[in-house]
Design a protein. Structure first.
Length: 81
């Protein structure tokens, strides 16, 4: 199971930048189709909101790759210790 978590970490690390790339590509295409202020503001908000999410995906993947999630606590008592 730990190997699966580490492999998933690699997927998350790759998925973050790829998602940002496709988001920006889609935004550029949509703005080119309809270059009005409303479209530019809409896509700017989408990009500004999603970039921290993508960064979080990469960080989550990095921790999974390093093995930080190999041992998860069994109960809430372990969280306190």
């Amino acid at each position: 199971m730990n190997q699966l978590k580490r492999f998933a970490g690699i997927i998350w690390i790759i998925l973050g930048p790829v998602a940002v790339y496709y988001l920006i590509k889609t935004a550029a295409d949509e703005i080119a189709k309809k270059p009005v202020l409303d479209t530019k503001i809409q896509w700017a908000v989408f990009i500004v909101v999603f970039i921290p999410i993508a960064i979080g995906m990469v960080i989550f993947g990095w921790y999974a790759l390093k093995g930080e999630y190999d041992h998860l606590p069994e109960s809430s008592e372990e969280l306190i210790d």
